[in-house]
Design a protein around this ligand. Structure first.
Ligand SMILES: Cc1cc2nc3c(=O)[nH]c(=O)nc-3n(C[C@H](O)[C@H](O)[C@H](O)COP(=O)(O)OP(=O)(O)OC[C@H]3O[C@@H](n4cnc5c(N)ncnc54)[C@H](O)[C@@H]3O)c2cc1C
Length: 445
């Protein structure tokens, strides 16, 4: 049954807003613009129908849609891979635009969509689909490419990075969420195999992936990482189930159970698991920042359009300052943060050594926090502007209204990051000698 009410018309974005078009950003150079134009064309010609079909499945209740969603997501990832848009680790020399910048531009565009001049309509983006791309194309491929030997590269990385097989990264557990280092999943290593025992939760792509990188304790000791071939989800003693989320509805966020799963020992990645997981953290944070900015742009476009179209008390909504001001303020913030993103991504491509800079990692973390908060706030304004329509699927789904709620936690919870950021800023070593003598207490009356 389709739950859409015929009285409610879809919101038609009709007006081009120059400030909400990344191609207008004066900081982007010609090569970057060219790459973005190509990607937007691909989005319109190759992905738009699939993304619309995916959206539509969210309006059916009382009938199974999961298999159809899964097939669409797999098809989209393959199309992305064919053009080198899925993972950006292969053949960086073939592109004029740097690897990280490309990753960020794809993330922005895939979440945000764009007004198409050619067809005079808005081509929608989808943050769930981009989450699938990030999980397989970046969170699986980057750690594996960091440590893979020749065998692991050919057998597990190439099918994902080049051919678009679905992949995942399994870190979070029921008890070890933000506190990753307290994970309990055991990877018991013996002569020729590893036996995995434990559970993982919130794993994007988990129940549709062909391969995943599983983090756990090697013989209940230090954290390690191993590649798991799910054998088309048929792997013995491995179970995956979908977690029903209220945002990111097309992202296949899953719970995984490893009930003494046997994994060949040659799948073990050499090195400490936390180093393997986090060496690419700066890039991941920037890409999530790009996703959030694309998403915020999309929400601002919807709020702007709705404020222009909807009339109440004989006036259009945009004629009320209380509606207009927050939208223009957020557009200003959006463009400031896009400028930071462009500069960070470009510098990381030019100077790869920055990838291991702690200060760079912290700044990327700051960008992740600010951008996901902006997307969150843009969703709040969109919700407010739209009145009752905001809380029904018919409108919240195309806008992805609840997606940014998830991303306050996805990719490292903002509150944990903020807390550690503030602690670091105020870290203070008292000077030698008696503290009270050097800094006498001041009493205020
Ligand atoms: C859409 C989505 C996709 C995800 N995909 C993946 C994936 O593919 N793979 C994967 O491994 N994980 C994934 N996750 C999991 C995600 O990384 C975790 O949700 C996140 O790390 C938070 O863990 P938790 O949910 O257990 O929250 P908790 O750790 O229980 O935290 C609860 C709250 O307390 C706060 N908090 C906790 N500790 C502190 C502290 N020290 N200081 C201040 N505040 C604190 C947190 O910020 C949070 O607000 C995904 C999550 C989401 C939402």
């Amino acid at each position: 049954m389709d739950i859409r009410l015929s009285e409610f018309r879809p919101i038609q974005i009709q007006k081009y807003v120059a400030e909400l078009d990344l191609l207008n950003n004066p900081l982007l150079n010609n090569d970057e613009k060219e790459f973005l134009v190509e990607f937007y064309e691909f989005l319109e010609k190759e992905l738009d129908d699939d993304l619309r079909a995916l959206e539509k499945l969210n309006y059916y209740v009382e009938e199974p849609t999961q298999k159809r969603k899964k097939d669409l997501v797999i098809k989209i990832m393959k199309k992305l891979a064919e053009k080198g848009y899925y993972s950006t680790i292969l053949n960086p020399e073939n592109y004029k635009v740097g690897r990280i910048m490309r990753n960020a531009l794809i993330a922005f565009a895939l979440c945000g969509g764009r007004w198409s001049d050619a067809s005079e309509r808005y081509i929608a983006g989808n943050w769930s689909v981009e989450m699938g791309r990030l999980s397989g194309g970046t969170l699986f491929c980057n750690p594996v490419s960091y440590k893979a030997n020749e065998y692991q590269w050919e057998k597990y990385l190439v099918p994902v990075a080049r051919d678009g097989a679905i992949a995942a990264s399994a870190m979070t557990e029921f008890n070890a969420g933000s506190d990753i280092s307290s994970m309990e999943c055991n990877l018991q290593v013996d002569d020729d195999k590893i036996i995995a025992k434990g559970k993982k939760v919130f794993i994007t792509n988990g129940m549709i992936c062909d391969y995943l990188v599983l983090y756990g304790r090697l013989n209940d000791g230090p954290i390690g990482a191993v590649i798991v071939d799910t054998e088309n989800q048929q792997l013995k003693n491995f179970r995956s189930t979908r977690i029903r989320t209220y945002g990111m509805t097309d992202a296949f966020v899953s719970r995984l159970v490893f009930d003494r799963v046997e994994i060949p020992k040659e799948n073990l990645l050499q090195g400490h698991g936390l180093d393997i997981a986090f060496h690419q953290l700066t890039e991941e944070r920037l890409v999530i920042g790009a996703e959030a900015l694309g998403d915020a742009m999309k929400k601002l476009l919807y709020s702007h359009t709705y404020a222009l179209q909807r009339q109440q008390f004989e006036r259009r909504l945009h004629q009320y300052q209380v509606i207009r001001f927050p939208i223009s303020k957020k557009i200003r913030e959006l463009n400031l943060l896009i400028s930071a993103l462009i500069n960070y991504a470009r510098e990381l491509d030019n100077r790869p050594e920055l990838g291991s800079s702690k200060l760079m990692a912290q700044q990327a973390m700051g960008l992740k926090i600010q951008t996901t908060e902006l997307a969150f706030e843009a969703a709040v304004h969109c919700f407010r502007t739209m009145g009752g329509r905001g809380f029904i699927r018919q409108y919240s789904v195309p806008i992805g209204l609840l997606d940014p709620y998830c991303m306050i936690h996805g990719g490292g919870s903002n509150y944990v990051l903020e807390d550690s950021e503030s602690r670091r800023l105020f870290k203070y070593k008292p000077p030698r000698g008696k503290f009270e003598e050097k800094f006498p207490r001041i009493d205020f009356y």
